[in-house]
Design a protein around this ligand. Structure first.
Ligand code: NDP
Length: 411
C-alpha cells in the first residue's frame, strides 16, 4: 500500500473536515462524541491510532473517514483487511509520515492533536505549518518545542485553541486581544496580573511521604475526578501533569513562570483563573468533562452543545483551595525549575518523565522513583539553546537512554 493521499474535493466542502490524531484515546473518543452531536457542521476526514486495530476499525465503520492511519505496519495491514472485508472505502495508511500527511492535507480544516507524548510533536507541527485550526490536547508538543511550535503556528497562519481544560479555561477568560496576537501578547499591558492554574491534587493529595513510597499502579491509575489515558493519569498523581501545564501556559499565554501559580482545588469545578491588576479574578467553571473544552475548540467562536450536564453548584456545595506541597510532589518543582532553566531542559524533562511513567506502569520502579529519575537525568544533561526540531528529537532520544539506564539501576 502506498501512502498517497487523494486530493479530489468532494461534496464535503460545507462541513468542516476534521482529522483526529489519537482517535482511539480518551480525548479522541470524546471528540467523536461531540462531532456526532453536530453532523451538519463536521465530517471526519481521518482517524489515527498507534496499534489498537479493533477500536479504530469500529470507529471507521461508524464515522466512515476518508483515511485511517496506524503507526504500526502490522496493525495497518490488519485494519486494511478488516475494513475491506466489511466493505468500507476508508483508505488505510501507515507510519509516522502518514500522521503528518493527514494533519496537513489540503482538505482538512480542523486537527485534534490528541496523540499522547512526544509522538504527537511532528503531526502537530505539520498541522501548524499547514495553517490548520489546531485543537491542542497534546501538551507534550509545547513542553518539548514550545518556541518552535508557536512560531510555526504564527508563520503557518494556524489557529491554536487549547484543549487542556485549564488552558481552555484561561483562554476563555483572557482578553480577546490575546487570541489575536498569541506569541507577542503582553499580559501586563492587557491588565493581567497572573494566571492561577487549578489542580485536583490527584488521588494522593493527602498522602504522607511514607504512603507515597508504597503507592501501587492500580491506586495511581484511580483518579478521583477525571477519566483519562494511563500516562496523563500517572502524571496527575505525581503532579507532573501540573508541571507540564505550567510550561504549556508559559508558551500559550506568553507568561513568565513567576506569573503562573498553581492552586489545589480538589473539586475540579473551577478549571483555572486569571487575575487582573484591578483585583478582578475571572474563572471558568463546569463539570469536569473534557467534552466542554473540546466543543469550545470545535465551535470557536460559536458555542456548541457538548452533551455535558449542567453544573449543579448547590450539589457541589463547597469549593476548597490549598497550596501545592513541593516536597511530597517534587515533580511540580522540577517542572518550574526546567522552565526557568529554559532551552532544552523541558524536552529533557519530558523524555525522562515518559520513560519513568512507562517504567512505573510496567511495575519496574516505585512511585517516588519517577521524580528521582527525572531529576537525575536533568542534573546529568547539558542544557542547550533550542535551534531546531531535529536537535530536540536528538535530545529526546539521548534523554530517554539516560532515563532507561537509571530505571535499570533502580529495578
Ligand atoms: P490515551 O492514552 O487515552 O490515547 C492516546 C492516543 O494516542 C491513542 O489513540 C493511541 O493509539 C495514540 N498513540 C499512542 N502512542 C502513539 C504513537 N507513538 N504514535 C501515534 N499514536 C499514538 O491518551 P489521552 O487521550 O488521555 O491523552 C492524549 C493527549 O491529550 C495527551 O497528551 C494528554 O496529556 C492530553 N490531555 C488529555 C486529557 C484527558 O482528559 N485524557 C486532558 C488534557 C490533555 P492506540 O489506542 O492505538 O494506543
Amino acid at each position: 500500500m502506498v501512502n498517497v493521499l487523494l486530493n479530489s474535493k468532494s461534496e464535503e466542502t460545507v462541513r468542516q473536515q476534521v482529522t483526529i490524531l489519537g482517535a482511539t484515546g480518551t480525548i479522541g473518543l470524546q471528540t467523536l462524541e461531540v462531532i456526532a452531536l453536530h453532523p451538519e457542521r463536521f465530517s471526519v476526514f481521518a482517524l489515527t491510532a498507534n496499534a489498537n486495530v479493533q477500536s479504530l476499525f469500529e470507529l471507521c465503520i461508524r464515522y466512515a473517514p476518508q483515511y485511517a492511519v496506524m503507526l504500526q505496519t502490522t496493525s495497518a495491514e490488519s485494519l486494511r483487511a478488516q475494513l475491506k472485508a466489511a466493505g468500507s472505502s476508508t483508505i488505510v495508511l501507515q507510519g509516522e509520515k502518514a500522521l503528518s500527511e493527514v494533519a496537513s492535507h489540503e482538505q482538512v480544516d480542523v486537527v485534534m492533536a490528541a496523540i499522547v507524548g512526544a509522538a504527537g510533536l511532528h503531526p502537530a507541527m505539520a498541522a501548524a505549518r499547514a495553517g490548520k485550526r489546531i485543537l491542542l490536547a497534546n501538551k507534550e508538543t509545547l513542553v518539548m518545542a514550545g518556541n518552535l511550535f508557536m512560531q510555526a503556528v504564527i508563520e503557518g497562519g494556524a489557529t491554536l485553541l487549547p484543549i487542556d481544560s485549564e488552558h481552555n479555561a484561561i483562554f476563555q477568560v483572557m482578553p480577546s486581544q490575546h487570541s489575536q496576537n498569541l506569541v507577542n501578547s503582553n499580559l501586563a499591558s492587557m491588565g493581567v496580573k497572573r494566571i492561577l492554574l487549578t489542580a485536583s491534587g490527584g488521588p494522593f493529595r493527602n498522602a504522607s511521604l511514607q504512603e507515597l513510597q508504597m503507592v501501587t499502579r492500580a491506586q495511581a491509575l484511580n483518579h478521583p475526578n477525571w477519566v483519562m489515558g494511563p500516562k496523563i493519569t500517572i502524571d496527575s498523581a505525581t503532579m507532573m501533569n501540573k508541571g507540564l501545564e505550567v510550561i504549556e501556559a508559559h508558551w500559550l499565554f506568553n507568561a513568565h513562570p513567576s506569573q503562573i501559580d498553581v492552586v489545589i482545588h480538589p473539586q475540579s469545578v473551577i478549571h483555572s483563573m486569571v487575575e487582573y491588576i484591578d483585583g478582578s479574578v475571572l474563572a471558568q467553571l463546569g463539570n469536569p468533562d473534557m467534552r466542554t473544552p473540546i466543543a469550545y475548540g470545535l465551535g470557536y467562536p460559536d458555542r456548541l452543545t457538548s452533551g455535558v450536564s449542567s453544573l449543579d453548584l448547590l450539589k457541589t456545595a463547597r469549593l476548597d483551595f490549598s497550596e501545592p506541597d513541593m516536597i511530597r510532589f517534587p515533580c511540580l518543582q522540577i517542572a518550574y525549575d526546567a522552565l526557568n532553566a529554559g532551552g532544552t531542559a523541558p524536552a529533557i524533562l519530558n523524555a525522562a518523565n515518559e520513560v519513568a511513567v512507562e517504567a512505573f506502569l510496567t511495575e519496574k520502579i516505585g512511585f517516588m522513583d519517577i521524580s528521582e529519575i527525572i531529576q537525575s537525568v536533568l542534573a546529568a544533561s547539558n542544557i542547550e539553546r533550542v535551534t531546531s526540531i531535529e536537535q530536540l528529537v536528538a535530545v529526546d532520544e539521548i534523554s530517554r537512554q539516560a532515563a532507561f539506564q537509571r530505571v535499570n539501576v533502580l529495578c
